[in-house]
Design a protein around this ligand. Structure first.
Ligand SMILES: Nc1ncnc2c1ncn2[C@@H]1O[C@H](COP(=O)(O)OP(=O)(O)OP(=O)(O)O)[C@@H](O)[C@H]1O
Length: 303
């Protein structure tokens, strides 16, 4: 495991500032400023904010996906404070540790379903992370693991030999989630996992992540600009605006006591009394309604 995963918080960011360095005609840009944030063991933290508020930047950095960038793109750099993921400092992260971190942190990016390799079958796509970690992995065990994972995200087993372009968008997103979770990461970072999906499937995907999370108890950061989505899955939310944290805590508390005009606006956009009336009803695989997500001590001070 990376760092002291057994003891520390999955994520601990303190005074974290992230910057995109100057590049060609573009000046340097500070995307995240002085962020203090944690993800507690077993918790789902929702990250909410309008477009450009820094959500994806935080996701990429915390998932260790910031040391490499596509050709011609600039990657974000930590220029202030630090973030620890399982006790590993990201500011001092070496390439070697970043590679290890990739195996510890499942990451579903915004366009995950569109970035699946078109020349790989469903089975190959899910198996790949295992083989990247250990290319001598026992083939029978690999097959069994892939089948279990595909089944867990409710893709038909008949899809194992199919190619991503033969699946629906929702199915591709399920596949991306299966790939992100196949190494049984202790932390999942999902950046707008339902962005390109219609409303019905969107809720199904969120409920799926919620169920898998409850089943295997990984910690998660789920990013969305959609409050309804986060109310379905998150124990707490962190609200960002302009790269700064403007709200943090159990979702209904943050909305009930907005400390920033942006949060106030979000709360105002909700139907009156929606907190009490529209508490999300999640149903388990058995169809039994589950209580809304709550930390055992919702009023304890947020870190
Ligand atoms: N490669 C880059 N170079 C320079 N600036 C960038 C780069 N990527 C993002 N930014 C800037 O950083 C800020 C935060 O971007 P980010 O993608 O993290 O926002 P976001 O909250 O995820 O937005 P969205 O909801 O639209 O995905 C934006 O102002 C964006 O223009």
């Amino acid at each position: 495991m990376v760092g002291n995963a057994q003891h520390g918080y999955p994520v601990l960011a303190s005074d974290l500032t992230i910057e995109y360095p100057a590049h060609g005609p573009s000046p340097a840009y500070v995307a995240v400023r002085g962020l203090n944030l944690s993800v507690k063991p077993g918790e789902v933290l929702g990250l909410l904010g309008e477009s450009g508020s820094g959500k994806s930047t935080i996701a990429k950095v915390l998932a260790g996906r910031f040391l490499s960038a596509p050709r011609g793109a600039v990657h974000p750099v930590i220029t202030g404070g630090d973030a620890q993921v399982f006790g590993e400092s990201l500011r001092r992260l070496s390439r070697r540790h970043a590679d290890r971190l990739m195996f510890e942190v499942g990451y579903v990016g915004q366009e995950a379903s569109e970035t699946l390799r078109a020349d790989h079958t469903v089975a190959e796509i899910v198996a790949e992370p295992i083989l990247l970690r250990d290319r001598h992995y026992n083939r029978k065990a690999l097959e069994a693991r892939v089948v279990t994972m595909v089944d867990a995200v409710r893709l038909p087993l008949g899809s194992l030999g199919r190619y991503p372009y033969e699946l629906s968008t929702g199915q591709r997103q399920r596949l991306a989630i299966a790939r992100a979770l196949v190494l049984e990461p202790a932390l999942l970072i999902a950046d707008e996992p339902t962005a390109a999906i219609d409303a019905v499937v969107r809720h199904a995907i969120i409920d799926l992540i919620s169920e898998l999370q409850e089943h295997t108890a990984f910690s998660a950061m789920v990013i969305s600009h959609d409050l309804a989505i986060l109310r379905r899955i998150a124990d707490r939310i962190a609200v960002l605006q302009g790269g700064m944290l403007v709200g943090l805590g159990p979702i209904e508390e943050v909305l009930a006591n907005p400390l920033h005009p942006y949060v106030e606006r979000l709360a105002a956009e909700l139907p009156e009394d929606s907190v009490a009336r529209e508490a999300p009803v999640l149903r388990g695989i058995d169809g039994v309604p589950k209580p809304p997500r709550m930390l055992p001590h919702p009023r304890r001070p947020a870190v």
